[in-house]
Design a protein around this ligand. Structure first.
Ligand SMILES: Cc1cc2nc3c(=O)[nH]c(=O)nc-3n(C[C@H](O)[C@H](O)[C@H](O)COP(=O)(O)OP(=O)(O)OC[C@H]3O[C@@H](n4cnc5c(N)ncnc54)[C@H](O)[C@@H]3O)c2cc1C
Length: 341
C-alpha cells in the first residue's frame, strides 16, 4: 500500500507532494498525461495582488503567499538546480479616465498600511512610451510594486525534478473508492491518503453541495509572442482583463480569455485574436510581433471561487486540493497539508 497518492501533477499536486515529502511522508504522484498537461503550464505566469483597499482575509492570504514565494522558490531552485524564472517586475495599470486615476489615488494609503513596506503602489504621470503605448495611458498609470512573474513551466519542471521517480505519467483516474483509486488502465492503487489534485477535472469526483456542483472548469486562452529586443526587465501591463507579460528571451505573453461555455478545451480561436489585438493596443513593443504559441486550458473554479482544500465529503482517506482559478501559481506553495489528513 502507498503512503500518500497524489492524483494530478499540476502546480497543486506537485507542491503538495513536495511539502508532504519534506514532512517525512512517502509520496507517489500520478497524472493522466504528464506534469504540466493542465492549466498550470500557462505562458502568462502572473503573480499579482488584489487591490490593497477593502482588506480582508482573502487579500491577506494572497499577500502572505506573494511575499513568501521568493524564499520558497529559492529553496526549490537550490534543491533541484532548475530555474523557475521568478522576477519581481511590477505591474503597470494604464489609466484611461480621471475617475480611474482618482480611484487608484485613494488606494495609495491602503497600500502603505496593508502591504507593510513589502512593496509600494505609486502613480506615474507618463509611463515609458517604448513599452506602454502612449494612447493607452492618457491619465498615466498605477505602478504596483508587489506584482511579479514566474516561468510556470520552469516551476513545474523544478517540482517534477523534486518528485524524482515518485512521479508516474499516463495514469488516468477513473474513480475513487475509500482508500483506493482505480485508473483507466485497470490499475487500482491503495493508499493511506489519496489527494485529488486534478484541477478542473476534480469537481467530477465531488458530490454536489446544496444541489450545485462543487465547481466547474472555465476555459482560458493565451499566447506567446516574439518581440524585437530584450524586454525581460519591463513591468507587466494589465488593463481591463488583458495582460501583457514580459518574458526572458525576447518574448511576451498575452492573455487571457475566459470562457464559461466551450466545446473544446484545448483549441484557440478568434477570442484569442481579439485578446492579442487588445494587447497590441496597450504595448508598443508588440507592434509587428510574431505569435509563437497559442495555448488553451481549463481553470479550476470552485463554486465560491475560493480554494477547495480539505477532506472529501464522502470518501474517508481521500482529500481534495483544487480551485486555484486565476491565481493558483501564487497560492500553491501555501496549501495547508495538515487539512488533507
Ligand atoms: C489561460 C490561463 C492563464 C492563466 N494564467 C495564470 C497566471 O498568470 N497566474 C496564475 O496564478 N494562474 C493562472 N492561471 C490559473 C492557473 O493555471 C491555475 O490556478 C492552476 O494551474 C491550477 O493548478 P492545478 O494543479 O489545480 O490544475 P492543473 O494544472 O490543471 O493540473 C491538473 C493535472 O491533473 C491531471 N489530470 C486531469 N484529469 C486527470 C485524471 N482523470 N487522472 C489523472 N490526472 C488527471 C492533468 O493532466 C493535470 O496535469 C491561468 C489559467 C489559464 C487557463
Amino acid at each position: 500500500m502507498e503512503d500518500v497518492l497524489v492524483i494530478g501533477a499540476g502546480i497543486f499536486g506537485l507542491n503538495i507532494a513536495r511539502k508532504m515529502r519534506l514532512a517525512g511522508r512517502r509520496v507517489l504522484v500520478v497524472d493522466a498525461a504528464h506534469s504540466g498537461a493542465g492549466a498550470s503550464a500557462t505562458p502568462l505566469g502572473v503573480l499579482a495582488p488584489h487591490a490593497p483597499d477593502n482588506w480582508n482575509p482573502k487579500k491577506e492570504a494572497q499577500f502572505q503567499a506573494l511575499t513568501s514565494l521568493p524564499d520558497y522558490l529559492a529553496g526549490l531552485e537550490d534543491e533541484t538546480g532548475v530555474g523557475v524564472g521568478y522576477a519581481r517586475c511590477g505591474r503597470l495599470v494604464p489609466l484611461t479616465t480621471e475617475n480611474q486615476r482618482r480611484a487608484w489615488e485613494r488606494r495609495l494609503p491602503d497600500a502603505v498600511e496593508n502591504w507593510r513596506g513589502a512593496a509600494t503602489l505609486e502613480l506615474i504621470e507618463r509611463p515609458d512610451p517604448t513599452w506602454v503605448a502612449q494612447q493607452a495611458a492618457p491619465f498615466g498609470a498605477a505602478r504596483c510594486g508587489l506584482s511579479a512573474r514566474i516561468d510556470a513551466r520552469g516551476y513545474l519542471a523544478a517540482l517534477a525534478a523534486s518528485a524524482g521517480d515518485g512521479l508516474l505519467d499516463g495514469m488516468a483516474l477513473e474513480r475513487l473508492e475509500e482508500g483506493a483509486a482505480v485508473f483507466a488502465n485497470g490499475d487500482r492503487i491503495a493508499a493511506r491518503l489519496i489527494v485529488l489534485a486534478t484541477g478542473a477535472a476534480a469537481f467530477a469526483h465531488l458530490p454536489d453541495s446544496d444541489g450545485e456542483p462543487a465547481g466547474r472548469g472555465e476555459k482560458g486562452q493565451a499566447a506567446r509572442m516574439s518581440v524585437v529586443g530584450d524586454v525581460a526587465a519591463r513591468p507587466i501591463i494589465y488593463h481591463d482583463g488583458t495582460y501583457v507579460v514580459p518574458r526572458e528571451g525576447n518574448e511576451v505573453a498575452v492573455g487571457a480569455t475566459s470562457e464559461r461555455y466551450y466545446d473544446d478545451a484545448t483549441t484557440t480561436d478568434a477570442l484569442l485574436d481579439q485578446k492579442i489585438e487588445r494587447a497590441d493596443a496597450l504595448c508598443s513593443a508588440l507592434t509587428g510581433a510574431r505569435v509563437i504559441e497559442r495555448w488553451a486550458a481549463v481553470r479550476p473554479r470552485a463554486a465560491d471561487r475560493a480554494l477547495l482544500v480539505g477532506r472529501h465529503p464522502v470518501l474517508s482517506g481521500v482529500s481534495v486540493a483544487t480551485g486555484g482559478f486565476k491565481t493558483g501559481l501564487a497560492m500553491a506553495h501555501m496549501l495547508d497539508i495538515s487539512a488533507l489528513g
